[in-house]
Design a protein around this ligand. Structure first.
Ligand SMILES: O=c1[nH]c(=O)n([C@H]2C[C@H](O)[C@@H](COP(=O)(O)O)O2)cc1CO
Ligand SMILES: [Zn+2]
Length: 161
């Protein structure tokens, strides 16, 4: 008889997105994204971080002050990193992401041909960025689904072998 308590596809892929977020150096918000093809293959994965060649220890991670002295002009968002890290054709793929995408990522998601977004947290739901994202997703027929519940996936590598 097969195991009962295995991960669902949604749990598996959002779990991968969360694992990826653990690589983020952002001290405030760690976001992870995972792109999955129609036949359930992972074709892209990423987290919010600086572009290649930009030193994590040299660039700022703060939120306030002069814009150029904050992280905002420099950080590549998780969704965009997942798209850029993929070499695959992303048409009709699903993007799993821990936070609802901002409008800049929404544009990249649409242009890449991704047709479904599954997200977990929508703490930014009423921000202008998220409102613009929804306008564009609706116009471009990109569906967006919030995962129905939060859950814990426990990974203990020592115990797992
Ligand atoms: O869609 C997103 N994807 C994404 O990776 N991020 C990243 C950029 C920043 O590193 C961080 C947001 O930082 P903060 O919550 O401190 O403003 O999350 C932020 C958004 C905004 O929704
Ligand atoms: Zn974004």
């Amino acid at each position: 008889m097969k195991r009962e308590n295995y991960l669902s596809w949604d749990e598996y892929f959002i779990g991968l997105a969360h694992l990826s977020a653990l690589r983020s150096k952002d001290p405030n918000t760690q976001v992870g994204a995972c792109i999955v093809s129609q036949d359930k293959k992972v074709v892209g994965i990423g987290y919010n971080g600086l572009p290649k060649g930009c030193d994590d220890d040299e660039f700022p991670w703060g939120k306030v002050g002069d814009n150029l002295d904050t992280k905002y002009p420099y950080v590549v968002h998780a969704e965009l990193n997942a798209i850029l890290n993929s070499g695959a054709d992303l048409r009709n793929c699903t993007l799993y992401v821990s936070l609802f995408p901002c409008n800049e990522c929404a544009k990249a998601i649409i242009q890449a041909g991704i047709t479904r977004v599954v997200y977990e947290c929508d703490k930014n739901w009423t921000s202008d960025g998220a409102i613009a994202s929804r306008k564009m997703f609706d116009a471009a027929c990109v569906t967006y689904d919030k995962l129905p519940k939060r859950y814990t996936i426990h990974i203990d590598i020592e115990d797992n072998v």
